[in-house]
Design a protein. Structure first.
Length: 270
């Protein structure tokens, strides 16, 4: 099935859904709807595909991708064009400012940069400041691992500090969440470090600055096996989307479907 057909299918089902009752969709259906929704907001093709992929990854792995989209919707409407400012750059590293955009839209650029900075015997290091919804760093890490890099990452908000790591070519990361302690940055930020297998010694990794907060108990831990089980469950049972979120997504997707219909009519001579 084409993406446009799947979008039409989900939109049609949504309009016949009993108000207030969640609708169950397949991964393919939700992927298509998310892409059409972000395209309807005005995202460029590569950006709406990356943003949809990040949101879908979070949802399929039990990290509230749809809740993140709903929460980030005003920011996604505002930041339809990827605009990340370079603050500083040095060999092997960069500091970027996302301008309070969502990591759903800028996570992939972090993956691309950190992999490009990692040398044969050195780390690539990217710090992303003023970036919200930083759990979307996780699918970016998976992208790096698929290219043959080990990755460590840490991000924060006003309540939590999150740590994640993934080995080269692994399908799923290890994820941990800790309560924020001590001085908390005013704006959320993320730090991602990548390196080739065998390129770094343990003491070098200790110098990355990525570590669990001192004296803080881990509040949540998801292992790679648990991530795999969550994804398998999504494949088998589908995903649930509430009607209010569905209404927001379908309204944006309608912008694309209506435009496509008008173009089709013009092409048919109407």
């Amino acid at each position: 099935m084409t993406g446009a057909f799947l979008s039409c299918l989900v939109v049609t089902r949504a309009r016949h859904t009993i108000r207030g009752r969640p609708i169950n969709v397949s991964i393919s259906e939700l992927s298509s709807l998310l892409k059409r929704s972000f395209e309807g907001l005005g995202f460029n093709q590569g950006d709406y595909e990356d943003t949809a992929s990040a949101a879908l990854w979070l949802e399929c792995h039990g990290l509230g991708g749809l809740d993140t989209v709903r929460r980030a919707w005003p920011r996604l409407q505002k930041h339809t064009q990827l605009s990340v400012a370079l603050v500083t750059e040095s060999p092997g590293s960069a500091v970027l400012d996302a301008g309070n955009a969502s990591a759903l839209i800028c996570g992939q650029i972090v993956a691309d940069l950190v992999c490009s900075y990692a040398g044969p015997a050195s780390t690539g290091r990217v710090e992303l400041r003023s970036c919200l919804d930083c759990d979307a760093v996780l699918p970016a890490m998976v992208s790096c691992a698929g290219r043959g890099f080990n990755v460590l990452a840490q991000w924060n908000d006003q309540r939590f500090v999150c740590l994640a790591q993934i080995d080269a070519h692994a399908a799923y990361p290890l994820f941990e969440r800790y309560p924020a302690t001590g001085a908390v940055p005013e704006t959320p930020s993320a730090l991602v470090v990548a390196w080739r297998p065998g390129a770094l010694a343990a003491q070098d990794l200790a110098e990355t600055g990525i570590a669990a907060p001192g004296n803080a108990a881990c509040q949540a831990r998801i292992t790679p096996d648990e991530f795999r089980d969550r994804y398998d469950g999504a494949v088998m049972h589908g995903l649930s989307i509430d009607t209010s979120t569905l209404a927001i997504l379908t309204a944006a997707a309608d912008n694309v479907l209506v435009e496509a219909t008008e173009r089709s009519r013009q092409g048919a001579g109407e």
